[in-house]
Write a protein that binds this ligand. Structure first.
Ligand code: CMP
Length: 138
C-alpha cells in the first residue's frame, strides 16, 4: 500500500554536506519526495515534535542538537514507506546499525544519527501534518 512518511535530515547531515547523498539513496530506494523544505527548528517546534521523549534523559540535549542548524524536512511516498524507511535508516545507534544503512554510513553517535523517520503509519500522519499541509503534498 502506498504510504507517506516523514523524514528529517538532521543538523549533522546538513553541516556535513551529506544531504545530496542521502536524497540520492532515498530515490534509489524507490521513495518519491512529495514535499521538502529546509527550515531551522525553533526550540518550541523541536520540543513539540519530540514531546513523546520529554521524560527521557536525552531530551534536553536532543532539542539543543535539533535546533543547532538547519534541517531538511521531507514527506516521502512509496509502497510500505514507513517500514521501508526504518529499514534503510538502520538502528538508532549508528554503531549498531546494519552496514550500508544511512545511519551506519552517515551517523556519528546515538544522538547525531543523521536522519529521523516516522515509526508508525499513525505517527507518520501526525509528523507529516506537523510540517506540511495537504496542499504541499503534490
Ligand atoms: P530519532 O529517531 O529522531 O528519535 C529520537 C532521537 O533522540 C533519536 O533519533 C536520537 O537523535 C536521539 N537520542 C539521543 N540519545 C538517545 C537514546 N539513548 N536513545 C534513543 N534516541 C536517542
Amino acid at each position: 500500500m502506498r504510504e507517506v512518511t516523514l523524514t528529517i535530515l538532521k543538523p549533522d547531515t546538513v553541516a556535513r554536506r551529506r544531504v545530496g547523498q542521502i536524497i540520492a539513496r532515498l530515490e534509489e530506494e524507490g521513495f518519491e519526495i512529495v514535499a521538502a523544505r529546509r527550515i531551522k527548528l525553533s526550540e518550541e517546534q523541536a520540543r513539540a515534535f519530540y514531546a513523546v521523549h520529554k521524560e527521557k534523559p536525552f531530551y534536553t540535549s536532543l532539542v539543543a542538537f535539533m535546533t543547532e542548524g538547519p534541517v531538511w524536512v521531507m514527506a516521502l511516498a512509496r509502497d510500505n514507506a514507513v517500514e521501508h524507511l526504518r529499514k534503510v535508516m538502520g538502528a538508532t545507534d549508528p554503531a549498531k546499525a546494519e552496514p550500508g544503512t544511512i545511519r551506519a554510513l552517515h551517523g556519528t553517535s546515538i544522538e547525531r544519527n543523521a536522519i529521523h523517520g516516522s515509526d508508525s503509519l499513525e505517527n507518520a500522519r501526525i509528523e507529516v501534518g506537523f510540517f506540511f499541509s495537504a496542499a504541499d503534498l503534490v
